[in-house]
Design a binder for this molecule. Structure first.
Ligand code: GLC
Length: 462
């Protein structure tokens, strides 16, 4: 953990009382420059040495304000990882990294993407995806371009985007029901969020992991974890949760990333609320791109898109007055509350009445109203921990998504208040942390984290 940087950055931030805003933006740009690898940006040095899918989208949204060509490159560099079936992988592995023991290619060997005939030949990637933020990043970049350049930009990326969205439906909506399913917690971007971990602990843990848990032997796995070398273990997912994630990943590898084999006996098969809300917005953006360049989206894709918006309503629970994720097989709602409940605001497809209920939920100080919102698990959840990863801390990217949703539904004051508290939280922490203690505003996880920096730039420019 780089606590030294924290001191120096907070000195700079606080040195000028009259002109704090431009300083914060300058510092954010320094972080982005520092993590720049030429054509893509790593999320943070050490802990995250590769390129992540939704990270790069958020990063491009920030980069567009001062270097539009670099922002485009950030998105284009994601497309080089696209699989022949259309999947955009959640990580494009950086061949120039070494682990703590100086071993090159550790993560590349972990994924072994070459086992799939669909994987690209020239880059190694993971074998799963992440929330489809790409269309949003493409349009945000487009907004900064004059028409002829915007047209050229949209035309350049359109085929890859269509292929990706078609893959999402073809592979992840096998029953054509409208929602797409996720097979690994890492696909949601909220790695250890409470609904997924509740499912894991209550009935999904494989027997051998249950045995390790009972005997306390899971501690041994802790020695092999690389994340806890950079960040205190109590701020990360637990050993059992990580072990389960890695064991699921190894099964995918054994099945050569063949979805039909994976889905049969898949440990996780969940229609995640965050993922599907983001997909709805991405579909709207893809439609906008198609319309702008006078392209016709394939009919089956248009039908699926419409179905997703309709089916999101099936995730509404009238008893809890909340949206939840759903089990793909049984259609049981996973009623463990999390920040995901607010993401349908970003989807923008829900009714005004539903949006109003979500805004009331956001206002509820016993649930989502700590000093530095928005907590990733509600304050009244039995899971809530102010420091543990996606089980309590506030994250700038989720705030950004919810700010966007609030604006679209006309809640400008709420959006402005959330923007101000987000910027205050980052400024006060004295760094650009990965996540923040919602009770104190203290920065947690990796420092100099790229999407925090990029989205601070974007929020300051709004
Ligand atoms: C963590 C986050 C994930 C992010 C990745 C790289 O795994 O949970 O959302 O993409 O780090 O920053």
């Amino acid at each position: 953990m780089d606590k030294e940087n924290k001191t120096s950055q907070s000195d700079i931030v606080e040195s000028s009382e009259t002109d704090v805003t431009p300083k914060l933006e300058d510092l954010a740009r320094l972080v982005l420059d520092h993590n720049d690898q030429g054509s893509f940006t790593i999320p943070a040095e050490g802990l995250y040495p590769h390129q992540w899918l939704w990270d790069s989208c958020f990063i491009a949204i920030g980069l567009r304000h001062h270097d539009i060509e670099r922002a485009k490159l950030e998105v284009l560099s994601l497309l080089r990882g696209q699989w022949a079936n259309g999947m955009l992988p959640h990580v494009i592995l950086n061949p120039n990294t070494r682990d703590d023991h100086g071993h090159k290619l550790r993560d590349i060997n972990l994924w072994q993407s070459w086992r799939s005939p669909n994987a690209p030949d020239d880059v190694s990637t993971s074998g799963i995806t992440q929330p489809p933020m790409v269309a949003e990043a493409v349009v945000r970049i487009g907004d900064k371009l004059k028409w002829p350049e915007r047209r050229a930009w949209y035309k350049m990326v359109y085929p890859a985007l269509v292929q990706y969205h078609e893959w999402l439906y073809a592979e992840r909506d096998p029953h054509h029901e409208g929602l797409v399913l996720q097979i690994h917690p890492w696909e949601t971007g909220l790695d250890d969020s409470t609904p997924w971990m509740y499912e894991l602990h209550s009935h999904l843990l494989p027997l051998w992991i249950r045995f390790l848990k009972k005997s306390g032997l899971q501690q041994i796995f802790g020695w092999f974890r690389s994340d806890t070398k950079y960040v205190p273990a109590e701020e990360r997912a637990s050993n059992i949760e990580e072990l389960a994630c890695y064991s699921v990943e190894r099964r995918f590898r054994r099945k050569n990333y063949d979805f039909d084999k994976i889905i049969d006996h898949s440990l996780f098969a969940i229609e995640d609320l965050v993922f599907n809300s983001i997909l709805i917005r991405a579909n709207q953006q893809l439609k906008h791109i198609a319309k702008s360049i006078r392209e016709e989206l394939p009919e089956s894709l248009r039908e699926s898109m419409a179905k997703t918006e309709k089916t999101l309503e099936e995730l509404w629970d009238p008893y809890a007055n909340e949206y939840f994720s759903r089990d793909f097989v049984t259609h049981r709602l996973l009623k463990e509350s999390s920040v995901a409940a607010l993401l349908p605001l970003y989807a923008g497809s829900i009714s005004k009445e539903r949006a109003e209920v979500l805004v009331r939920l956001l206002e509820n100080e016993h649930r989502f109203g700590p000093a530095y919102p928005i907590p990733s698990a509600p304050l009244d959840s039995p899971w809530f921990s102010p420091i543990r990863y996606w089980q309590g801390p506030s994250w700038v990217n989720l705030n950004w998504l919810i700010i966007d949703g609030l604006k679209r539904y006309g809640y400008d004051d709420h959006a402005e208040a959330l923007k101000e508290s987000t910027l205050e939280m980052v400024g006060k922490s004295g760094g650009f942390y990965e996540y923040f203690n919602p009770l104190t505003g203290e920065g947690l996880g990796a420092n100099n984290f790229s999407w925090t920096a990029a989205l601070v730039v974007d929020l300051l420019r709004k």
